[in-house]
Design a protein around this ligand. Structure first.
Ligand code: HEC
Length: 109
């Protein structure tokens, strides 16, 4: 018989792997809706979205993420009135990620 503790740990690991994270929620939208204008060649507005293809960039490049979030919220990016599907999820994911890191005093995790 498999001890209950091991089962509990295993199912927690599986559940975590299934929770949509940055790579599922945010990355596809950036690639599909921002990269055409904001890439390493034509970095419109001085921004290459390729710098923001990792969750880690929310820590290392937080200021720029704040600006991205602002543009997503106020609807100026991506330009045009048809907003991509899933943009609300992206906004709340980014809000959540930036907020969590804000509340924790630096140095502790
Ligand atoms: C059709 C081309 C185009 C697309 C698509 C586009 N942008 Fe932009 N973006 C621009 C241009 C041009 C500027 C510079 C003018 C301005 O600031 O409005 C800009 C400026 C910005 C800025 C301000 C620059 C800065 O560093 O503060 C941000 C942030 C931004 N875009 C984010 C995004 C995000 C995020 C997406 C995808 C959801 C996106 N953009 C999609 C053309 C685009």
């Amino acid at each position: 018989m498999i001890p209950r503790l091991i089962l509990t740990v295993l199912s927690a690991v599986v559940a975590q792997a299934q929770t949509p994270g940055f790579n599922q929620t945010v990355l596809p939208l950036l690639k599909n809706n921002c990269a055409a204008c904001h890439n390493n060649r034509s970095n419109s507005g001085g921004l290459s979205i390729e710098d923001f293809y990792s969750e880690q960039s929310m820590v290392s490049n937080r200021d720029a993420w704040e600006r991205i979030l602002k543009r997503l919220r106020n609807g100026t990016m991506p330009p045009g009135k048809d907003k991509p599907a899933g943009i609300a999820e992206v906004i709340s994911f980014v809000e959540g990620a930036l907020e969590t890191r804000e509340k924790k005093p630096s140095g502790s995790r």
